[in-house]
Ligand binder design. Structure first.
Ligand code: PGA
Length: 249
């Protein structure tokens, strides 16, 4: 059975006390089992504190720089994150692509750096409204995956999950509808199967992100090729995130 995953992307929110309380509530209440995986992508500064919880709730980093060490003022390496029990990294989020100009080529370097250090990866892709309106969304997302992710080996792609996040749905309260989501998720799975093999295509978790919340998660997660979600705004409250988690099964 394919693993299911629910990931919280806290972005640049919360203070240390709020982050610790939320993380501890998640640990106590999430429905952990063999097929459900949970991750919190926390701001860097809370990681030392959250790592002391020593929990099965995986700790993720929202960013890193793909070099071992050196003169990169303000940046953080994968090795430094590993010391804080971080086991997953987020790569390719549309906010990093647009505000911080991370190109497909740079994201490829990040993917290689993470996998070389045995980190799990949640790789984000997704189109703008303009691209969707001109009916180029499938070709656009396929190119994002081909340019930055599909060069890795079969062994490495199995350490990756993919999050489809249409940019027009992120933080806007507007979600993609079930047909739009299923069309993209099914296509992503087919591209993986064509590039690797059918079994690999069937094994990789494909998450949806973009205004997913406790009211729409049930419908979104019932799409056959949706294996969970990457949750921004609704992951900042215990109730919201736990209710979404109940819809995973
Ligand atoms: P949102 O963010 O749930 O607030 O739309 C999702 C994301 O950016 O990962």
């Amino acid at each position: 059975m394919r693993k299911k995953m629910l990931a919280a992307n806290w972005k640049m929110n919360l203070n240390l006390q709020e982050a610790s309380d939320l993380y501890s509530n998640f640990i106590q209440n999430l429905p952990f089992n063999e097929s459900n995986h949970f991750v919190v992508f926390s701001p860097f500064v809370f990681l030392p504190q959250l790592s002391t919880f020593n929990s099965t709730l995986a700790l993720g980093a929202q960013n890193f720089y793909p070099a071992e060490k050196g003169a990169f003022t303000g940046e953080i390496s994968i090795s430094q994150l590993k010391e804080l029990q971080v086991s997953v990294v987020l790569i390719g989020h549309s906010e990093r692509r647009s505000y911080f100009y991370e190109s497909n080529e740079f994201l490829k370097q990040k993917v290689d750096s993470a996998l070389n250090h045995n980190m799990d990866v949640v790789f984000c892709c997704g189109e703008s409204l303009e691209t969707r309106d001109s009916d180029k969304h499938l070709a656009f997302v396929e190119a994002q995956l081909t340019d930055s992710l599909f060069h890795v080996s079969k062994e490495d792609i199995l350490k990756c999950s993919i999050a489809y996040e249409p940019i027009w749905a992120i933080g806007t309260g507007r979600t993609a509808n079930s047909e739009q989501i299923e069309e993209m998720h099914k296509s992503i799975r087919n591209w993986i199967s064509m590039k690797y093999d059918e079994e690999t295509g069937q094994s990789i978790a494909i998450l949806y992100g973009g205004s997913c919340n406790e009211h729409n998660a049930s419908e979104i997660f019932s799409c056959p090729n949706v294996d969970g979600g990457l949750i921004g705004g609704a992951s900042l409250s215990t109730e919201g995130f736990l209710q979404i988690a109940q819809e995973l099964n």
